[in-house]
Design a protein around this ligand. Structure first.
Ligand code: NAP
Ligand code: HSE
Length: 432
């Protein structure tokens, strides 16, 4: 490598969990490796943070740490901006300004892409620059590039999987170690899996953003966060997990995107997965995504979905791609591919199997009354199991055949009006 090898200067926006991982990986691979992979050298020259006075360990002294965006956007030597600060503003404005100034952008920001993806991708296209976002979905797992490139010859009709590491970690710890929800969440936060505000993880919004991004790419039709039906895991109890296990299922937070003749289904909710299904054994912060294409059949992606280095792995892969595209004059090669405008299906119109836990009186005739409600609402029952007596009430678990969601909702409304029913404690969709 000669001394006059071209150097690509990078600015990092953010030096938190992901930014630190990116910094470490770029510095560690600095020597000859990037040169052999790209024919050029990479250098992080500036880092934007909120608090420039905060002590940052192990950052080389020649790197400028600033809280002024103008130090970065006005620096003509920087040709790649890596946005790992998160949130909508100012990240959206910074990315737009960067693209309009002819800089390339790599981001891990799913919050932004799931709402403003079209605007940002349009700006990238207009400026013939790269906007790459592999890290925005499922951390280390390559999924955006496979959908846009390797599987481009397919009609993809379904994507389903575990796309949030924090909730998978929590459910794993609650199931395997009997940890309570708060304990497991605290540990996930300590490990850097959870978002700064974990509400979006545990309420399902983080997964919903990823489903919106994946569905848009897979079905070539823009799906935004508001199109995704969302339920998180905060209502899941240890009792639900135990009963599910006894019935042969694991409790998982699942993201689903389906391209059906009547529209796109996009949803995130807890789901009971048969213990024999590969998703049932995806534990801790691991993510796994199944993609079904008409030519490829079923393809499964598995790996670490969150954390410092796993996420940095995807970000640095994108940086290397940008540099290669600069080298070969092919910037903007892979851009927005939403050329359709498909309708979004209402949750009422989806079909699923359901696990319903009912707390009711333990006396003759109760099962008959409950079964009649389901029958009257076109809901066919597959299993009826009487579990423990809790606080004087019998716990019933009902597992249905595949039925419409609207019929389940009507049934639950009617059950809640029965004098023998104390309450319907849980309604959880079942795989299959
Ligand atoms: P984080 O630990 O909270 O770090 C955020 C960083 O951005 C901090 O260094 C902060 O500065 C800086 N920052 C925030 N707002 C800023 C502002 N207005 N101006 C300047 N700097 C600002 O976040 P993270 O977990 O690394 O996540 C970063 C992004 O990656 C998010 O979009 C997230 O969704 C995405 N992501 C995260 C993971 C993960 O495992 N954590 C995985 C995939 C994707 P200070 O240091 O001064 O506070
Ligand atoms: N908080 C996310 C998760 C990581 O737990 O999967 C970023 O996508």
């Amino acid at each position: 490598m000669s001394d006059n090898t071209k150097v690509h200067k990078i600015a990092l926006l953010g030096l938190g969990t992901v930014g630190t991982g990116v910094y470490k990986l770029v510095e560690e691979r600095q020597k000859d490796e990037f040169y052999f992979k790209t024919g050029t050298r990479l250098e992080i020259s500036k880092i934007l943070v909120r608090d420039a006075k905060k002590k940052r360990a192990n950052i080389l002294p020649q790197i400028t740490i600033t809280d002024q965006w103008s130090d970065i956007i006005n620096d003509p030597e920087i040709d790649i901006i890596v946005e790992v600060m998160g949130g909508i503003e100012p990240a959206r404005s910074y990315i737009l300004e960067a693209l309009n100034a002819g800089k390339n952008v790599v981001t891990a920001n799913k919050d932004l892409l799931a709402v403003h993806g079209k605007e940002l991708l349009d700006a990238a296209k207009e400026n013939k620059r790269d906007l790459l976002f592999e890290a925005s979905v499922a951390g280390a797992i390559p999924i955006i590039r496979p959908l846009k490139q390797c599987l481009a010859g397919n009609h993809i009709d379904e994507i389903m999987g575990i796309v949030n590491g924090t909730t998978n970690y929590i459910l794993t710890k609650m199931t395997a170690e009997g940890m309570d929800f708060a304990q497991a969440l605290a540990k996930a936060t300590e490990l850097g899996y959870a978002e700064a505000d974990p509400t979006s993880d545990i309420e399902g919004y983080d997964a919903a953003r990823k489903v919106a991004i994946l569905a848009s790419i897979a079905f070539h039709s823009r799906v935004v966060l508001d199109d995704v039906y969302v339920e998180g895991i905060t209502a899941i109890s240890a009792q639900d997990i135990r009963y599910a296990n006894e019935a042969g299922y694991a409790m998982k937070l699942i993201g689903v995107a389906k391209n059906t003749p009547s529209g796109i289904e996009a949803r995130v909710h807890p789901m009971l997965i048969p213990l024999s299904h590969p998703l049932a054994t995806v534990n801790d912060s691991f993510n796994a995504i199944f993609v079904h294409g008409d030519a490829a059949g079923e393809v499964m992606f598995y790996g670490k979905g969150a954390g410092e280095l796993p996420t940095a792995s995807a970000v640095v892969g994108d940086i290397i791609d940008v540099v290669r595209n600069i080298q070969y004059g092919s910037l903007g090669r892979i851009s927005c591919s939403c050329y359709k405008n498909l309708p979004i299906k209402s949750i009422d119109d989806i079909e699923s199997r359901y696990f319903i836990r009912v707390s009711c009186q333990d006396q003759t005739g109760v099962l008959g009354k409950i079964a009649t409600v389901f029958g009257d609402n076109e809901v066919s029952i597959s299993q009826f199991i009487q579990k423990d007596i809790v606080d004087g009430n019998a716990e019933l678990v009902i597992i249905t055949h595949k039925v419409f969601e609207r019929d389940i909702r009507k049934s639950v409304d009617a059950l809640n009006k029965l004098d023998v029913v104390h309450k319907v404690s849980s309604i959880i969709r079942v795989y299959g």
